[in-house]
Design a protein around this ligand. Sequence first.
Ligand SMILES: NC(=O)c1ccc[n+]([C@@H]2O[C@H](COP(=O)([O-])OP(=O)(O)OC[C@H]3O[C@@H](n4cnc5c(N)ncnc54)[C@H](OP(=O)(O)O)[C@@H]3O)[C@@H](O)[C@H]2O)c1
Length: 315
Amino acid sequence: MAYSAGGGSDAGKRGKNQAHGHSGRRPSRRRSVRNAPFSGVAVVTGASSGLGREIVRLLPPECPVVLTGRNAVALEAVAVERNETSAATSGGARIGAGVASTAPAVVVAGDLADRDTVERLLAAADRLGGASLLVNAAGSGAFGAIVDTPVEQTLDANRANVLAFTAVTARFAARMRDAGCGVICTIASVAALFPGPLMAGYYAAKAYQFSYAVALDRELAGSGVRSIVVCPGPFRSSFHDRAGLDAATLYSAGAVPTAARIARFTLRAIERRRAIAVPGAILPVVLRFQALVPRRLMARIVHRLQSRRPPSLEA
Ligand SMILES: NC(=O)c1ccc[n+]([C@@H]2O[C@H](COP(=O)([O-])OP(=O)(O)OC[C@H]3O[C@@H](n4cnc5c(N)ncnc54)[C@H](OP(=O)(O)O)[C@@H]3O)[C@@H](O)[C@H]2O)c1
């Protein structure tokens, strides 16, 4: 049940039961995430595409994974790919149609806004020995002015972004607290820090996730469990198309990182247990100073950016 990511400085201060990696020393910055000493069960929401799928691909082959999302076919494809990788790497015995017996990748397909999906997710993780890592990567949004967007669209998105996120996080956090170890990694966004005209419901939901994740980390201090939050800017995925954003414009506008790159950043943040992790060179500076800008002015800036080139600050 131990989740034994190599401990960064935060890890060293936290939790009597929290593993520190094999040597107990701070991990080398150059160490590949593939070599990070994860050993526990990982649960990844939003594993059918984009960032969640890339995180599943990067987790060490010996790490059992529970994948969830609504698209069962896409999830199965990711699971098969992973099971084949695990078998090839571990030399584990194969059962059934090429499925490794060592580190299984298990699919739980369903809408996370349904309580039943959350219960099935918990049960699947329990059957594997209990989750040591939860990655909250599921999310969606809709582009458009509040008064011009069907409210059901925003409500549907935020059932996943807020209600499902809350249920999954709280339920797994309680189990990890009882076990005395674990990491919950929430993929929020830079949007968490700004009011977001033309994508208001999504920005507000990301602010909720950010606040909830940071508060959870405080509540769990000393328990051996960490709640960390990652705040990426725009990256390449199907998110923009689904949200009705002009992805082509975004991608041609400058250096937009791939989901794989953000996944590598996320795995390093988990390994080092960084409380709040922001990728890139500019975004961390923006986030540091954004609090000095009045909110109404910030809303005006975001509105202008999103009107000109919709996804300029966020997906
Ligand atoms: N792309 C960006 O520019 C960007 C920037 C900052 C933050 N983010 C955040 O990063 C996370 C991953 O996004 P992505 O860019 O990788 O987008 P993506 O490719 O569209 O992936 C979103 C994932 O969420 C799942 N999902 C959505 N609603 C769900 C629901 N109700 N129940 C279960 N699963 C649901 C989808 O699975 P199914 O389709 O199978 O249901 C999919 O696997 C999201 O939280 C997003 O807000 C994205």
